[in-house]
Design a protein around this ligand. Structure first.
Ligand code: SF4
Length: 373
């Protein structure tokens, strides 16, 4: 199988061109054709030498991913299940909010972190995604939107909050971020990209040194070690003390504030004791808190708190001086749960793969919002 052109950062492409005896300046033209003009057949690159065009036609693959399922929620959220070259599938979700259209990308097939509230965790880790498979989620969905909705539909932001722990796949996610941010290509600004992590401390320490300066979100979910360990087994190894020692090394001038994701679960992490612990752990100037009311799914042992409890928790954090928001549930009518669509697909796929393209009938009780983690 040929390597994908979408695995190459701008610097990789320049180095490849030099290695093969071509002018490295061709990288600018090629990125321009591929990412700005959307011309993925080298034959049509009019300002590139014949030899270079032939080289890329023969040796590189420009295929996008295959969309095997797509669904639109009443609130405008669109969920896609995409098939990779080896037949594995991952989810990617386009979320419309205000003037933004954000794509929530997956970074792995499955996940090894094992958070007890997460549906993806039940699948285990199957493999890491390559940079081209993350960039491919963006290109594939963008093309689909242009072809099926309107040329005006433009993805503006990216969050690495789909299936997988992005920092467990550090080098590939770093490359994909560099490709997204390259001014020669897609040119997404650093403030338009958010990397979310469950708290892989060695990778956070590395990120502070050599990762592009994108927004950072930490899946915190509790400010108490015993509760966090119950929810996220990673806390056994990298507890709150180790996590926050690493977080303090992230240069905040570039990252501005860090967002802390806090999944609110009834009777688990929504008490006054939790409020006090969270208030003591975080710094009001450098933190934003995003409360995510838990959405129950079949087989989950956790429950969503009442609306009063959610608002009470929000009020408590605001009174303590924090910037605190509640994440709206998006796409609850289209299986927008992280990992849930993929599971349903695999079940149905055992019987008849083509049936899915006709949209499977899946009970509404099996629905959940995206990015639970
Ligand atoms: S919440 Fe994220 S890190 Fe945790 S198991 Fe699910 S996908 Fe992995």
């Amino acid at each position: 199988m040929k390597p994908s052109f979408f695995d190459l950062t701008y610097d990789d492409l320049k180095a490849l061109l030099m290695e093969k005896g071509f002018t490295p300046f061709g990288a600018t033209q090629m990125f321009d054709w591929v990412y700005k003009k959307w011309v993925h057949d080298p034959e049509a690159w009019t300002n590139v030498s014949k030899a270079a065009k032939e080289f890329f036609r023969e040796n590189y693959d420009f295929s996008l991913l295959k969309i095997v399922w797509e669904g639109l929620s009443k609130d405008g959220t669109r969920k896609f299940l995409v098939k990779l070259a080896d037949g594995q599938t991952v989810e990617t979700v386009a979320i419309a909010a205000r003037d933004r259209l954000t794509l929530c990308v997956s970074s792995q097939v499955g996940c090894a972190v094992g958070c007890t509230f997460c549906h993806t965790a039940t699948q285990g880790l199957k493999r890491h995604l390559k940079p081209s498979e993350v960039v491919g989620q963006f290109l594939t969905v963008q093309k689909w939107l242009h072809d099926n909705v309107s040329l005006e539909e433009k993805l503006t932001n990216i969050v690495y909050m789909g299936q997988g722990e992005p920092l467990h796949n550090y080098e590939n996610m770093k490359k994909s971020t560099e490709i997204f941010m390259s001014e020669k290509g897609l040119g997404l600004g650093q403030r338009r990209i958010t990397l979310s992590t469950s708290g892989l401390v060695p990778a956070i320490e590395k990120l502070a040194v050599d990762f592009p300066p994108v927004n950072i979100a930490i899946s915190l979910h509790s400010a108490r070690n015993d509760v966090r360990t119950e929810l996220m087994p990673i806390n056994k190894v990298y507890d709150l003390e180790r996590l926050f020692t690493a977080i303090k090394k992230i240069p905040l001038k570039a990252h501005r504030r860090i967002t802390y994701e806090y999944l609110l679960i009834d009777g688990v992490n929504d008490s006054l004791e939790d409020v006090v612990a969270l208030g003591n752990l975080l710094n009001t100037k450098e933190s934003k808190i995003n409360l995510i009311p838990f959405n129950e799914f079949p087989g989950s042992k956790y429950k969503r708190p009442s609306a009063e409890k959610i608002l009470w928790f929000l009020d408590q954090m605001i009174k303590r001086g924090f910037t605190c928001t509640i994440r709206a549930t998006k796409g609850s009518d289209i299986l927008a749960a992280c990992g849930q669509l993929k599971s349903e697909y695999e079940k149905i796929n055992l019987w008849n793969e083509t049936a899915l393209t006709l949209r499977p009938s899946i009970p509404s009780s099996a629905l959940q919002s995206p990015g639970q983690g």
